[in-house]
Write a protein that binds this ligand. Structure first.
Ligand SMILES: [Zn+2]
Length: 550
């Protein structure tokens, strides 16, 4: 283990040097996040919510005063707090209290859990969330409303697949929304029908989700606040100190602001509101600012296509298991171009979901043409997921300065079945972390919670090992796309700070940066890659305050 002293991270001004630390973390392996290199033994001094200094234990002893709280890292990794670059954070809080269908391993278990959960509710209460995963039931059809109608006679059900791109409604919910055999299929969506009767099966995909979504009662402000509070507790226990909250609503923003005012916020959040409402977002920013405190309007978020799991991601070539079918665009290309140009001209940051290679290629060309038309600006366009890319499109990320906001856990989850969907050639550039980095792209990692677990350690494990969840790829699924621990951590810290325009104030342990710090129980850089997922968070510190200790 190297004992090289730290260089260049000591306090920058006399005032900072003279300051006493509120908290000092000693005896750790400190990874400042300024490079992908290995951590050094040392200490971190924190004062007034900021990093005061990082250095070896002796040099930092002078920051210790009578009131300094000492945290012993015991050789564990001390690093900038994780930022999750893509969550549906408040949905996560709702899901923590709803029925758990994610691990229902058979259709029978799926039905049993719904029955059990419905038994805990009052008649008329909706059952939403769920996050079911029919890829766990090979050879079985998609679920149908008849499976669950008899066990949920008094409660409308609208439970989504874990990717959020399709959902199952029971008969009560279909009735509440007025959906019948006569209901037309909305553009950008699908309403599968029974081959014989023509009646909807209960499954709705992408834009068709709105048919029922609009009749589901909105949660009250109190319910939303408690969901956010539950999500905050989960995030603190996992070392997540900031997030980009995607597809947020104004009600979500109000909830964050209420908890911020009450001093209950333990995470910084950049909210991305719907792209097609960019005018209202621009008006709000012009009127009231972005509020660059702990909660801010980060920009706008839109959707190009759907997901591979729901066969709605949009490809150049047909699905390998559905002849002649290419997936779908959620909105006409011209609408996307108009909205993105509008948002960009209003100075908003644009983040757009793109999964299939064709959706990504079209989006890159829209970004390119909008940037050319509007002239140079630090705009940091983002592509959310950037999941399946043609080789020729990968270099465009670096060239155009487009951020690839990716979710490594999806790779070890989708890696179980996506080759059946798109064949052996296209998967070579699926979740192409390595090729993207090598071609100069900036990566921002996240979970897409609730689609995947919020735990960033699992994301690091996934990016470094690419071992699929079914254990079938012990050396990694498309192993040439693996990245190093340092690269994965950078994408989870500084990469995300950059991706939400927060790199001047946080994302590394540089003096003056916000004191958002995580202490892990061991050093990820020296662990065997296949055991990385065993690391645990010991302390989470946000703005200099300990918000979690184990
Ligand atoms: Zn998402």
């Amino acid at each position: 283990m190297s004992r090289r002293p730290f260089v260049g991270l000591l306090c920058l001004t006399l005032a900072a040097c003279a300051r006493q630390a509120d908290v000092i973390i000693t005896g750790g392996m400190v990874w400042s996040g300024l490079s992908t290199g290995a951590p050094q033994p040392g200490s971190v001094a924190i004062g007034r919510g900021e990093i005061l200094a990082v250095g070896d234990d002796t040099a930092l002893a002078r920051y210790v005063g009578a009131k300094t709280e000492r945290i012993q890292a015991n050789g564990g990794l001390v690093m900038p707090g994780f930022t999750d670059g893509h969550t549906h954070f408040i949905d996560g809080g709702f899901q923590l209290k709803s029925v758990d269908l994610r691990t229902a391993a058979t259709p029978k278990e799926f039905v049993r859990r719904l029955k059990e959960y419905a038994g805990t509710l009052k008649p008329g209460e909706w059952i939403v969330g769920g996050d079911w995963d029919h890829t766990l039931w090979p050879g079985q059809p998609l679920p149908r409303h008849e499976w669950i109608d008899s066990v949920t006679p008094a409660n409308p059900v609208f439970v989504n697949r874990l990717d959020g791109h399709e959902a199952l409604a029971n008969a009560l919910a279909l009735r509440a929304a007025g959906i019948t055999a006569a209901t037309p299929t909305p553009p950008g969506g699908e309403v599968p029908r029974d081959a014989k009767t023509g009646e909807p099966t209960g499954i709705l995909k992408d834009r068709a989700l709105d048919l029922i979504g609009r009749v589901v009662p909105a949660p009250s402000p109190e319910q939303r606040d408690s969901a956010l509070a539950r999500a905050l507790t989960a995030a603190a226990s996992l070392g997540v100190t900031a997030t980009a909250h995607m597809s947020a609503s104004w009600a979500d923003l109000a909830s964050y602001r209420r908890l911020e005012r009450a001093g209950r916020l333990t995470l910084r959040a950049a909210l991305y509101l719907p792209l097609d409402t960019w005018r209202a977002v621009a008006d709000s920013v012009a009127r009231a600012g972005r509020d660059d405190g702990w909660v801010k309007i980060g920009g706008v978020k839109g959707y190009m296509d759907g997901s591979a799991g729901s066969r709605t991601a949009y490809f150049f070539e047909p699905y390998s298991d559905s002849a002649g079918y290419y997936g779908l665009l959620q909105h006409p290309e011209e609408d996307m171009r108009r909205w993105i140009a509008g948002a960009d001209s209003a100075g908003l940051q644009v983040a757009v979901h793109a999964i299939g290679d064709r959706a990504n290629a079209i989006l890159l060309s829209i970004y390119d043409s909008v940037a050319r038309a509007h002239g140079p600006r630090d705009r940091r366009f983002r592509i959310e997921h950037a999941q399946h890319l043609r080789r020729e499109d990968i270099a465009a990320f670096g060239r155009l300065g487009v951020i690839a906001s990716m979710q490594p856990y999806h790779a070890i989850d989708d890696g179980r079945w996506v080759e059946q969907r798109i064949g052996p050639a296209r998967i070579r550039t699926t979740y192409a972390f390595r090729t993207l980095l090598d071609s100069g792209a900036r990566l921002a990692f996240g979970s897409d919670w609730t689609v995947a677990p919020l735990d960033p350690i699992l994301g690091v494990y996934a990016a470094v090992t690419r071992r699929t969840l079914d254990g079938r790829n012990p050396d990694g699924w498309v192993p040439e796309q693996k990245v190093s621990v340092g690269e994965a951590l950078r994408a989870y810290t500084a990469g995300n700070a950059y991706a939400s325009f927060d790199d001047a104030s946080r994302g590394t342990l540089a003096p003056g940066h916000a004191a958002d710090v995580v202490v892990l129980d061991r050093n990820l850089f020296t662990m065997a890659p296949d055991s990385l997922d065993r690391a645990r968070v010991r302390y989470t510190i946000v703005g200099g305050k300990v918000v979690y200790r184990r």
